[in-house]
Design a protein around this ligand. Sequence first.
Ligand code: THU
Length: 129
Amino acid sequence: MELDRKALLRAAMAAREFSYAPFSHFRVGAALLTAEGEIVTGCNIENSAYSPTLCAERCAVAKAVSEGKRRFVAIAVVGPEDSHTTPCGVCRQVLYEFCDESLVVLCGGTDENYMETTLGALLPCGFRL
Ligand code: THU
């Protein structure tokens, strides 16, 4: 599967437009690339009770898995344009449920300002039953 980094980051940037973040004002978008070449997006969705808040990455994973898509090759995550927003610990573990250490993680920013890493680097010794 060819990885078009800019296309994946742009999809995450487009999803960021739908972010619902009235409490933190920290708007995040995510885009998962499936092994079949499809892109599934997500955004963070906050809640008045705070703890039910859904991160953009888990939103994208839930959308994909609920549509029968479970094999992923990359994810792009974009927070504020001047940042390299990395997935939180919970999202790293959720990604690890479906992906191995080789998952490419693009952390933006924008499609020109991002850091590239892998799930294995972000989550050493991830938990599996
Ligand atoms: N957030 C994400 O959506 N993904 C991350 O990787 C980091 C944090 C969201 C959760 C919350 O809505 C806001 O960013 C501030 O924590």
